[in-house]
Design a protein around this ligand. Sequence first.
Ligand SMILES: O=C([C@H](O)CO)[C@H](O)[C@H](O)COP(=O)(O)O
Length: 187
Amino acid sequence: MSTNQYAADILKELERTLSQIDDAEMQTMAEHILAAEQIFVAGAGRSGLMGKAFAMRLMQMGLRVYVVGETVTPGISPKDFLLLCSGSGETGSLAAMAQKANKAGAPVGLITIKPESTIGQIADSVVRIPASAKEDTATAGAAVTIQPMGSLFEQGLLLGMDALVLTLMEMKSMTGADMFGRHANLE
Ligand SMILES: O=C([C@H](O)CO)[C@H](O)[C@H](O)COP(=O)(O)O
């Protein structure tokens, strides 16, 4: 099959996946983000890369946001919000983070394929992306995606969070031009 045909199939998978995201879940996530004094974003591997892309937009919106694990990231407090990106909802380092945030009194958000997962059970708000987890793609996931491991989730995560950025911009009556003023200028 040609690369163009594969790309067309990926777009169909994404359209189906994104159209099933629950708007009310996204709205709750948006409210948590705007209510927080500081937002902490974390994820492992490719899910973490998508989380970093989202954190950049939050920074450009003027929100105080940190990526967990970076040198300058401070401690979390009850007025903050931890947003975890995990397809499986079972990644050990993230589950430990969710428990620590919980103990510190900070609300936890999760974007995942599996709301019933370990992290999903700790989280205060969950957005479900109906993709296929990396460990399922060889079996049940084959019916959901032609792509390997967590690719469909990771793509859905990036686009879902870009849609969430637009929701946040609307809630704050903000334009792209407002945000461009905070674009990195040491590149
Ligand atoms: O990088 C990843 C892997 O390549 C799957 O495609 C995952 O994002 C990483 O392993 C984290 O997993 P989840 O927490 O289940 O998203």
